[in-house]
Design a protein around this ligand. Structure first.
Ligand SMILES: Nc1ncnc2c1ncn2[C@@H]1O[C@H](COP(=O)(O)OP(=O)(O)OP(=O)(O)O)[C@@H](O)[C@H]1O
Length: 249
C-alpha cells in the first residue's frame, strides 16, 4: 500500500519569513505520530500543507497516494478547539451529521446512509447515548469525542488532530488518548500536541518541528533533541512554558 503521507523537501514562507525548511515526512498506514514543537514552530502550517490548503514554495506533497485537493476528503481533520464557537444551539447528532455535508449536493437531504454513518461514528467514540444533548452542555473531553466522531463519518484513512487535548481536564485525558489508541488499529493518526506526557505514553513516533523537522522513528526522544528543537531547557518544556515567553523574559 502507498504511504498515507509523503512530503519531500517542503519549504514554506509567509511574507518572506521562512516557516518550514526542507521538511520530509513519511506516514504509513496505522502509524500514530505526534508532532511537537514550540509555539510558532510551524505545526499548523505543516498540517495545512498536508491537506493542500497551503501550496509550498518548493517540494512535493502526496496524500493517500495523490494530490491533496483530490484525496483530502478521505482525511478526518479535527482543527484546534475553540470553545467560543460552540455557543449556538445544536445537538451532538447535528454536529456529527454535518461531517457528511461534503458528500452531498447543495440542499440535498441526509439519507439512511448518512444516519447510519453518524450512528456508527458516535458508537465508536462512546457518545451515542448523548446524541440529543446540546453540544454546548458537554465537557471538553466529550466535545472532542463528538468532533472526532464528525471526522470519522466518511470512513477516513487518516485522522489529523490539531492539539486535541486542549479543553480536556487531566482526569479525562487518559480516556481520550485510549480512544485514539483504539482508532489507531484501523487508521493512521497524526496529532499536533503540546502534551509531552501523552506523547511518551501513547504514540508510536515523534516529529519535533521548529522550522526544521527532527523526526524519530520511535517515541524515544532525547532531552538534547528536545532542547535543540524548543531552544530552552527540557525542564521548562515539560512544564509547558511556551518558547516565546521564554525568549521575552
Ligand atoms: N497566514 C499567515 N500569514 C502570516 N504568517 C503566518 C500565517 N500563519 C502562520 N503564520 C506565522 O507562521 C509561524 C508558524 O505558525 P504555525 O501556526 O504554523 O505554528 P504552530 O507551530 O502551529 O504554532 P502554535 O503551537 O502556537 O499553534 C508563526 O510565526 C505564525 O505567526
Amino acid at each position: 500500500m502507498e504511504n498515507v503521507i509523503d512530503l519531500k523537501d517542503i519549504w514554506v514562507s509567509y511574507d518572506g519569513v521562512r516557516v518550514l525548511e526542507s521538511v520530509n515526512l513519511v506516514v504509513k498506514d496505522k502509524d500514530f505520530l505526534a508532532i511537537i514543537g514550540p509555539n510558532g514552530g510551524g505545526k499548523s502550517t505543516l498540517l495545512k500543507v498536508i491537506l493542500g490548503l497551503i501550496k509550498p514554495d518548493k517540494g512535493s506533497v502526496s496524500l493517500l497516494g495523490g494530490m491533496p485537493a483530490k484525496t483530502r476528503r478521505y482525511v478526518g481533520y479535527v482543527p484546534q478547539y475553540h470553545s467560543s464557537n460552540l455557543d449556538f444551539p445544536v445537538t451532538v447528532w447535528d454536529v456529527v451529521l454535518m461531517g457528511r455535508l461534503n458528500t452531498k449536493r447543495p440542499l440535498q437531504r441526509y439519507n439512511d446512509d448518512d444516519r447510519n454513518a453518524a450512528t456508527e461514528a458516535l458508537k465508536t467514540v462512546g457518545m451515542l447515548d448523548l446524541k440529543d444533548r446540546q453540544i454546548g452542555e458537554l465537557s471538553g473531553g466529550q466535545k472532542q469525542r463528538v468532533f472526532i466522531a464528525r471526522s470519522l463519518v466518511n470512513k477516513p484513512k487518516l485522522l489529523l488532530l490539531d492539539e486535541p487535548s486542549t479543553g480536556i481536564d487531566s482526569r479525562m485525558q487518559k480516556e481520550f488518548y485510549e480512544l485514539l489508541n483504539k482508532l489507531k488499529s484501523e487508521i493512521a493518526i497524526v496529532m499536533v500536541t503540546h502534551d509531552l506526557s501523552a506523547v511518551s505514553v501513547y504514540v508510536d513516533k515523534i516529529g519535533c518541528l521548529n522550522r526544521k523537522f527532527h523526526y524519530h522513528d520511535d517515541k524515544e526522544i532525547s532531552s538534547h533533541d528536545l532542547e535543540v528543537s524548543y531552544q530552552c531547557p527540557v525542564e521548562l518544556i515539560a512544564h509547558g512554558v511556551p518558547h516565546r515567553v521564554l525568549k521575552e523574559h
